[in-house]
Design a protein around this ligand. Structure first.
Ligand code: AMP
Length: 443
């Protein structure tokens, strides 16, 4: 077998270590409680889907599909892909499980890893977690507003304050083609000023020119016709109502006429939530890492919009829908950089079990489980033989009591209960040790 060059994770993919889990658990808990309150049901879909599903829906010309998908052929000849996003998978599940016959709207949320063969950098990975919501079967602007409001509330519940909601309308299949024609004429007249990729985008995926960051393109985009001026009556009215809702809840929104998003299936409302420039990092200047700083360079925490055509595009009935997704790694990175506090939910042990000899160790393992069942968190170090070394650990853990079992105690069915501060020890029958410890911990 070929020897591994080095033992490390695949580029752009990373481990989430025990020390990081406090943040992950906190964010997950906030997400699940909030979405439960708002009536969303959780759905888990497979990490792998048919490649065709994404080609048809996200768009063959999009970066995600044309450059970033992890696709492979199985031994059985199926063309599959690791999911680059999850709206499409959830829409597939909506059709497959006949959810169109469920009471509407059908409100779902998901949490799980996504895969994009992107250029790894701070806040941008090849495997990353997204948490998101989808509302199916509601074409009312109130559903757009509710989605946005829930996303903002989620971020605020994590402690974020300096948020900006960028919002735009992409119109629908009625008015967008007319706008694209106008935009194409304009961009063709400026071809010389566009960067090489944008020259191709004009032909293949023209809206993406609008979010090109190249300076020469930016100068052109500033002058470009805007979708907002080409919305038909229906689309304008939808967008106006969304904005009225956002005014009502005092959402920190900003109209961004050039916000287009990277997926083809959006119609009407599109939005992103970013940290604005007033967000202050708590990391001192000399300790700033590239990864921390990148959070403030326009990386988006949440992105979403309305996608009324997706379900029918995948073969289901015409079903209006709206949703968003949030990048969890990015959110946690931002929380750490901003110094947002997370309560430490790790249970501190209240007692320590020390034991001498194999027989006592076996008894101790059973006793550990008895304490756990009684709701008393214990710590032990079964690998250590010296009682002195074990009591040193007990001291370090600052537990009030140690329960010590030697060979004699194991034979006599007793245990020594030691009060750590005073060093006073008592011999207690094994069958009443849990009760004795309980009483002393209360007292
Ligand atoms: P998108 O599915 O592209 O609309 O992205 C939604 C959210 O997922 C973004 O706002 C980010 O927070 C997060 N995200 C997208 N791509 C990545 C990536 N490559 N690495 C980490 N997070 C990402």
């Amino acid at each position: 077998m070929a020897k591994l060059k080095s033992v490390q994770s695949v580029r752009g993919m990373h481990d989430i270590l025990p020390e990081d889990q406090t943040h992950w658990k906190f964010v997950y808990k906030k997400a699940s409680v909030l979405l439960d309150d708002y009536g969303f049901g959780k759905i888990d879909t497979p990490i792998v889907e048919s490649s065709g599903l994404f080609l048809r829906s996200v768009g063959e010309e999009t970066d995600i599909v044309s450059k970033e998908m992890y696709s492979f052929k199985t031994r059985g000849g199926d063309e599959l892909s690791l999911r680059p996003e999850n709206t499409v998978g959830v829409a597939r599940a909506y059709i497959e499980h006949g959810m169109s016959s469920w009471p509407h709207p059908v409100k779902l949320w998901y949490w799980g890893p996504m895969f994009r063969h992107d250029q790894p950098q701070a806040g941008r990975y090849r495997q990353f977690y997204q948490f998101g919501t989808e509302i199916f079967g509601d074409d009312n602007p109130a559903a757009d507003a509710e989605s946005i409001f829930v996303a903002l509330t989620f971020l605020e519940s994590l402690g974020f304050k300096n948020l900006t909601l960028k919002i735009n309308s992409l119109g629908d299949s009625n008015c967008r083609p007319r706008y694209l024609k106008v935009l194409k004429e304009f961009l063709k007249s400026k071809t010389k000023q566009l960067c090489a990729p944008c020259k191709i985008r004009v032909k293949e995926n023209i809206l993406r020119v609008l979010d090109c960051k190249e300076e020469s393109c930016q100068n052109v985009i500033k002058e470009a016709p805007q979708m907002i001026d080409h919305l038909d009556e229906n689309c304008r009215s939808h967008f106006k109502k969304v904005i009225e809702f956002l005014d009502e809840v005092k959402a920190p929104y900003m109209l961004d006429p050039f916000l287009v998003r990277g997926l083809d299936y959006y119609s009407h409302t599109v939005f992103e939530i970013v940290l604005d420039e007033t967000a202050k990092t708590v990391v001192p200047e000399n300790e700033k890492t590239a990864s921390g700083e990148a959070v403030f360079k326009g990386l988006t925490l949440v992105g979403g919009g309305r996608y009324d055509g997706l379900v029918s595009l995948l073969g289901g009935a015409k079903t209006p829908a709206v949703g968003w997704s949030a990048g969890i790694e990015r959110i946690i990175l931002a929380m750490k950089t901003l110094g947002l506090k997370v309560p430490d939910t790790k249970q501190q042990p209240r007692i320590f079990l020390a034991q001498l000899g194999d027989f006592a160790k076996r008894k101790s393992l059973v006793l550990f489980e008895d304490f756990r069942k009684a709701g008393i968190s214990a710590s032990t170090s079964l690998g250590r033989d010296s009682i002195k070394a074990q009591l040193r650990i007990a001291n370090r853990l600052r537990v009030k009591f140690a329960v010590i079992i030697g060979h004699k105690e194991a034979l006599d069915k007793t245990a020594i209960l030691r009060e750590m501060d005073s060093g006073i020890q008592e011999i207690i029958p094994m069958d009443s040790i849990i009760e004795s410890v309980k009483k002393r911990l209360k007292g």
